[in-house]
Design a protein around this ligand. Structure first.
Ligand code: 4AD
Ligand code: MG
Length: 429
């Protein structure tokens, strides 16, 4: 008898097959018992009739949630079933029991679920999110690999800060201080001078003291960096990339979006070009909407949400004051108090999903900016070298994978978008 994955059952209507997986629900109704079985590829209902072949065998009268088993049976088309089929069981063989499974079909608090994350990942909703995450990862690679980028990996153990010292996780590196990487950007700039267009895709660490629905202390970032590339070209790449990711999820994960009850009309609108406003205009709009904010102040989550709500698509905010952005950003030649930087805000209050800029390529200017930021040029001597030997205009950006997935899925919090979230107060399990 063929062993078939549940997702493939529709191709085996009328056949006798075996499936193996875990029980998600079990109920009895008169002489019939129903069990839902999932195996990661899908979920199907198996029916055991007392009078049938399986009923006469020693099938247990009740089955624990999440016990593992093998079910043999006849595949019958059933248009009402989400999977399109049902299985008339002829035998049920329990592999392992699962007494008192902690997660039951009732409302558990988030803390309880996070404490049991190793089991919570089995729930259909969590599996749908993780499949969408996998699709986004695949689409990022497809898009960049087919647009002339070379993947290149920066180190995770680093000697200095890339994005400011307040969120560094320090470690003891054989008696020397070292830090977990906050961003691979500085290394990506070196690699772009070697390979032209490069990207990294890996874990990033920030000792964020903020307990918000957008912050993790360990998250995955995609960081493309392009030599001979100015600000405008980078923005175009960003909007094309995000549009591609959303379309790929819509095209390939429709069932998962349905499982999450995601309203896809917002997603369908995500096609480039995206609207753009400058920081100046953002401040005016916020003041006009009654926010107490002055030019030169950094935008908070409520500001970002309010601005994003004024547009139907993701929104670029550009030309931020130099004083609130990182040391490496290229000043605007017409207006040196603002930098050629952009944050891309997702709709529906998801905040910044991408952040990027043109980088300073002039040696003296970079040295000056390090000084302005009270940073020791010695700590960045290798980075400064890049401006000594054949420096060229270059740009890049970082995209936070979990923020993108949270928005595409329409989730309350980023913690569900990564298998085992690390947050201010959780490193377990
Ligand atoms: O805006 P950020 O800090 O930019 C950089 O690190 C640049 N060096 C990237 C570059 O230009 N190569 O971070 C980039 C993105 C943000 O837009 C956000 O989506 C995500 O990373 N991000 C976080 N995601 C989850 N949790 C956090 N604590 C995050 N911090 C940033
Ligand atoms: Mg940013």
């Amino acid at each position: 008898m063929a062993l078939v994955s549940i997702g493939d059952l529709v191709r085996h209507v009328g056949e006798e097959v075996a499936i193996q997986g875990w029980v998600t629900h079990f109920r009895s109704s008169g002489k019939v018992r129903f069990l839902m079985v999932r195996d990661g590829s899908g979920e199907v209902q198996a029916v055991i009739r007392a009078s049938g072949e399986a009923g006469e065998k020693a099938v247990p009268l009740a089955l624990d949630t999440e016990c593992s088993l093998r079910v043999l049976g006849h595949v019958r088309q059933d248009d009402r079933a989400p999977s399109g089929v049902e299985l008339d069981a002829t035998d049920v063989q329990v592999i392992s029991a699962s007494p008192q499974y902690p997660i039951q079909p009732k409302v558990h608090g988030v803390d309880f679920l996070m404490e049991h994350r190793h089991l919570w990942v089995r729930s259909p909703r969590q599996a749908a999110i993780l499949r969408i995450r996998a699709r986004v990862i695949r689409a990022v690679r497809e898009f960049l690999d087919s647009n002339g980028f070379v993947v290149a990996d920066p180190p995770i153990l680093t000697p200095a800060a890339a994005e400011g010292t307040t969120t560094l996780f320090g470690i003891d590196y054989f008696g020397e201080p070292a830090y977990l990487s906050q961003s691979g950007q500085l290394y990506m700039e070196a690699l772009a001078m070697a390979l032209g267009r490069v990207y990294s895709f890996g874990p990033t660490f920030r000792a964020e003291k903020s307990k918000t629905r957008r912050h993790l202390t360990e998250f995955w970032m995609v960081e493309p960096e392009m030599a001979f590339c100015e600000f405008e070209e980078s923005l175009e790449l960003q909007e094309r990339l995000l549009s591609y990711l959303v379309q790929e999820v819509l095209n390939h994960q429709a069932g998962d979006l349905t499982q999450l009850q995601r309203d896809v009309t917002v997603l369908q609108r995500v096609q480039s070009p995206f609207p753009r406003i400058t920081y100046d205009e953002a401040i005016e709009r916020l003041q006009g909407a009654g926010y107490d904010i002055a030019w030169g102040e950094d935008l908070g989550a409520p500001h970002e949400t309010a601005l994003a709500a004024m547009f139907e698509k993701p929104l670029f905010l550009t030309h931020f004051p130099r004083s609130i952005k990182a040391f490496y950003m290229q000043p605007d030649s017409h207006r040196p108090d603002v930098v050629l930087a952009a944050d891309l805000l997702a709709p529906e209050g998801y905040g910044e999903v991408m952040g990027g800029s043109q980088r300073i390529h002039d040696l003296d200017l970079l040295l000056q900016r390090l000084k302005d930021h009270n940073m020791d040029p010695e700590d960045y001597s290798w980075y400064v070298d890049l401006r000594r030997y054949g420096s060229v205009p270059h740009s890049g950006f970082g995209m936070g994978l979990e923020r993108v997935v949270a928005w595409i899925c329409g989730l309350e919090h980023v913690r569900e978008t990564i298998p085992f979230a690390r947050t201010l107060n959780r490193v377990w399990p």
